[in-house]
Structures are given as structure tokens and as C-alpha cells.
Design a protein around this ligand. Structure first.
Ligand code: CAO
Length: 494
């Protein structure tokens, strides 16, 4: 799909060059002493630039990508389920954190069994959100289970959870309790709403999309509000939470103490929909000229209307049909009439006179005529495939984007090459595709690993992380704290 241009310097080569340069620069220096993140904090409120010269180890001389991963040494007590929380912890695990997922014995994260496509195997819903993690089963309401959790709290840096409001407290894991056991622990939560009238509500993706302002501004003017396929409520909030956690870890290096990090899904969605709050305020000063309804003479109401496929920015855009649209539901392209390349667009579509005609020559003159302009461009795009439009427009610096189906994305070689789409093997379901780390770092390389089976690492974590002896582990097993009550001793095989 990608149509690279020769004039652009390939990013990979540039990164390699600069990496080589700095490796060379630092070769003469002595071996660095690396400090784990949980190490004792530095004092003082130095700026980042100041910190770079005071207290950090010398620059590593190891080859790029061979000096461990960004979050090596960070251990996460992952109490997340469904999508929002697991998105966050999977990303942190991709970055190198040791992510210990705590699940209810015999049941696990509810998504293990949701939308199942292979009988008896964990669903893709689960496997695609829980890679690179370890799984331990603990009944958090069993006294022995609580004891294990307390020990885990002492051995972890971050607790991440997205239970319904109050659920963590009901388990006895209040902030005060956690902070007393481990004052360095960061407790990070996703909730549906922040403090206020809705704080006790349970929230799923589409509720957040609606309450965060996204749905009222998505869809066509004449139709109902629409939710988007991108999981901006769940995955979007998980990403916000990951940023909060990483910055809290950074602050902890100065303060030595943990803190609570809260991301409300409504807030996360609003943050991603902020341009519409911008438009709401602009509306007080007149109609929104970039909306096609302006050109069509349809009056604006009191709130930002649904924009259809209008571009959210200052450069008008629309989705246009391409060759084959009659049978292929994805034979479309997003076309932006960016002002600096207007002349090139006019030439391409056979309307060179529009470059100088007063009704078309300037962006303000074009605004009331966008419908006609896009219809004219579409008459051209319909003669060729979306990939041909992409190739031709790219040669002229005209910003366009093909509507890619999930099938096309799954088969796109460039996404495989960059590790954005990864195939992993799973013992019960076989090979599956997952989304790798969308954040590429030159010195922290992500290796995507399959999701764990339910309780796959229970004994390993009890013994190697928490220090329980074999005898104690046998007692724990017999207690029912790590096995489902009705079928003791079978949890790990589930
Ligand atoms: N051992 C024993 N009990 C456990 C357990 C374990 N290991 N893990 C969870 N539980 C218990 C909880 O303690 C809770 O019990 P109580 O209600 O008695 O306190 C119970 O399981 C259910 O937890 P829940 O209320 O969080 O789950 P739910 O399925 O009823 O609700 C959801 C799901 C997502 C609506 C809710 O968790 C929520 O609103 N979360 C915050 C917002 C969020 O993240 N939403 C995104 C979800 S992704 O689409």
C-alpha cells in the first residue's frame, strides 16, 4: 500500500545513522551502572536537562536495542479485565514491565470466553489484549487469597485495575491499605466517570463514547448519533492510563512514593474529541464554514452538529468512491483538498481553469461549493482504484487515504514488517494475529508473546516472586484460594 517517495529520507536509515553516531561518541566511556526504576529516589526538583547530568548513569555503550527494555525492572499487579485496563497493561508489558495478571480461579477475565471462535480456546478478545503477561489465579475474597495479594502488593511497583467503582475497596484493597503496605506503589484505575453524579456507574465502551461527546458529533446530520469502531473509550482510556503510570513512575524517582492515577473514560473520550469542544465555542461566533452544511445553506443549531465525513481540521475533505465501489464496500478514498496543492488537484481532475476562476481559486470561495467540488473529484477517482488514486496523489503531495478493510490490514506486508501486526502461536488456539506495539523505540525493542493460559504462572509466581516454599504452595492449593471452589486443584488446567 505505501507509496514511498524517493525525496524522503527513509526513517530507518536515518535512525541507524544517528544511532551509529552516538554509539561511536560514547564508546570511550566506562561501563554504565544501571539502576532499576524502583531504586532509591533522587532528591530535589531538578529539570529534565539537569537530571541528565546529575545522577543518571553514563550513556550505555551496548548496541541499540540490546540494553534491555524501557520498563525492565517494573513489576505490575494487573487486576484488569475486559478491554480498557488490559490495553494499558499490555502496552506496559510490551515496553518490558513484568505484568502479573490476577484472575479469579476457574473463571478468569470474562473475555477469555467472550466472542469465542475456537471451541475450548481463549477468545481473540482475550488473547489480543493480554500478550506478554503472566497469569496467576487468586480468589481475592478468600482470606489466604488476600494474604497472597498483600504479598504481591509488596513485590510490585504498580497496581492497575478497572473494576466497577468500589469493587477494589470491597476486596479490602483500599488506597490506605495499599499505601501502608507499600508506600511506593502506584495505584492506577480506569473508571467510567470521574467524581460527581455518575461516579458509581458501570461503563462500557459505547457508553463512554456517548458521554464523552464523540457520538453526538459522529454520523450524518440527518441520521442518529453514531459510535465509532475505534475503541476510544476502552483502548483510548487505557492508553491515557499508561501515560499516567509511566509519569507517576518518573515522579516516584524524585519523591520515593507512589500515588493514585485515575482515568475516567468520559474524560479520555473528551480528550480525543477536544476539536468538537473547540467547534462548540466557535459556534457562538458564527456558522462553522468548513462543515458541508454551511455550503448547503443548512442553518446550525445550538450544539456542534454531526459532520458526516467532513474533515475535522481547516482543510476540507470527504470520502469518495473509487473504481469497483458498486461491489466492494471499501472501494473508497479519503480526499483532502489541501489549499497548497489545489493547483495540482485541478490539473489531475481536468479542471485547470479552477486554479484561477474566482469561485474556486481561494479556500473561502470554495467553501460554499464543496459538494460540487467533491462530486467533480469523485468523477475522477471512480475511474481508478483507491490504490491508484493514492499513488498518483502522493506523487503530487495531495493528502489522501484509502479506506482499508480489516482484511487488507491483516494482509498488509508493511504492517507485518514493522511489527504493528504480529502473528503469534498459542498452545490451544494455534496461530493468531495481534496488534504489536504501535510505539516504536530505537533502544527498547518489543517482542510480542502470546497471552497466558488461565493460571499458567500461578506456582511460578508464588514460588519465584513471592517466595512461598513448596510446602506452603501445597497448603495454599488445598485452601481453595487459587482454585475454583467446586473443582479444587483443576484451575491451572482450565
Ligand atoms: N476473586 C474474587 N472476586 C473477584 C476477583 C477475584 N480474583 N476479580 C474480580 N472479582 C469480583 C469483584 O470483586 C466484584 O465483586 P463485588 O461486586 O462483589 O465487589 C466482581 O468480581 C465483579 O467486578 P466488576 O463489578 O468490576 O465486574 P462487572 O462484570 O460487573 O462489570 C464493568 C464490568 C466493566 C462494567 C465494570 O468493571 C466497570 O464499570 N469498570 C470500570 C470501567 C471500565 O473499565 N469499563 C471498561 C470495560 S471494557 O469494555
Amino acid at each position: 500500500m505505501a507509496t514511498k517517495k524517493a525525496k524522503r529520507k527513509p526513517a530507518k536509515a536515518a535512525a541507524k545513522k544517528s544511532a551509529k553516531k552516538s554509539v561511536k561518541k560514547t564508546k570511550a566511556k566506562s561501563k554504565p551502572k544501571s539502576k532499576p526504576v524502583s531504586a532509591a529516589p533522587r532528591s530535589g526538583g531538578k529539570s529534565v536537562a539537569g537530571a541528565a547530568t546529575a545522577g543518571l548513569p553514563r550513556p550505555s555503550t551496548k548496541p541499540w536495542g540490546k540494553a534491555g527494555r524501557a520498563l525492565d525492572g517494573v513489576r505490575i499487579l494487573d487486576f484488569t479485565h475486559v478491554q480498557s485496563g488490559p490495553t494499558c497493561t499490555q502496552l506496559l508489558a510490551y515496553m518490558g514491565a513484568d505484568c502479573i495478571k490476577v484472575e479469579r480461579p476457574g473463571v478468569g477475565d470474562i473475555t477469555r470466553g467472550q466472542l469465542r471462535d475456537v471451541k475450548g480456546a481463549d477468545s481473540l478478545y482475550f488473547t489480543m489484549l493480554n500478550g506478554n503477561k503472566r497469569s496467576i489465579t487468586i480468589d481475592s475474597k478468600h482470606p489466604k487469597g488476600r494474604e497472597i495479594l498483600d504479598r504481591l502488593i509488596k513485590h510490585c511497583d504498580v497496581l492497575v485495575e478497572n473494576f466497577a467503582p468500589g469493587a477494589l475497596d470491597r476486596m479490602g484493597l483500599t488506597w490506605e491499605h495499599i499505601n501502608k503496605l507499600n508506600p511506593r506503589m502506584i495505584v492506577a484505575s480506569v473508571k467510567g466517570f470521574g467524581p460527581g453524579s455518575y461516579e458509581d456507574c458501570k461503563v462500557y465502551e459505547n457508553v463512554a463514547q456517548c458521554a464523552g461527546g464523540a457520538a453526538s458529533t459522529t454520523g450524518f446530520r440527518e441520521g442518529p448519533p453514531l459510535v465509532t469502531g475505534a475503541q476510544i473509550g476502552d483502548s483510548g482510556t487505557g492508553l491515557h492510563l499508561a501515560l499516567g503510570i509511566v509519569t507517576a513512575l518518573y515522579q516516584r524517582m524524585r519523591t520515593g512514593r507512589g500515588q493514585r492515577v485515575l482515568c475516567a473514560m468520559q474524560d479520555g473520550v473528551l480528550n480525543l474529541t477536544r476539536v468538537k469542544l473547540r467547534d462548540q465555542q466557535r459556534l457562538a461566533h458564527g456558522p462553522l464554514a468548513e462543515f458541508s452544511q454551511y455550503g448547503e445553506g443548512v442553518p446550525f443549531g445550538k450544539a456542534v452538529p454531526r459532520a458526516g465525513n467532513d474533515s475535522g481540521g481547516g482543510q476540507p475533505g470527504w470520502i469518495l468512491k473509487c473504481k469497483g465501489w458498486e461491489t466492494d464496500p471499501d472501494a473508497y478514498i479519503y480526499f483532502i483538498t489541501q489549499a497548497p496543492v489545489w493547483g495540482a488537484i485541478c490539473d489531475l481532475i481536468g479542471k485547470p481553469e479552477w486554479k484561477t476562476e474566482p469561485d474556486y481559486a481561494t479556500p473561502p470561495a470554495r467553501l460554499p461549493r464543496l459538494k460540487h467540488i467533491f462530486a467533480t473529484i469523485e468523477a475522477w477517482t471512480m475511474t481508478i482504484s483507491k490504490f491508484e488514486v493514492m499513488k498518483i496523489c502522493n506523487e503530487h503531495d495531495i493528502p489522501v487515504g484509502p479506506i482499508l478493510s480489516m482484511k487488507e490490514i491483516a494482509e498488509e506486508q508493511s504492517l507485518r514488517d514493522t511489527g504493528t501486526v504480529v502473528e503469534v502461536d498459542h498452545p490451544t488456539r494455534g496461530k493468531y494475529l495481534t496488534v504489536g506495539n504501535p510505539v516504536k523505540m530505537s533502544d527498547s525493542i518489543t517482542e510480542v508473546k502470546r497471552s497466558p493460559l488461565l493460571g499458567e504462572h500461578t506456582e511460578e509466581i508464588l514460588g519465584k516472586v513471592l517466595g512461598y516454599s513448596a510446602k506452603e504452595i501445597a497448603e495454599i492449593k488445598a485452601s481453595g484460594a487459587i482454585t475454583p471452589p467446586e473443582k479444587p486443584a483443576k484451575a491451572e488446567a482450565a
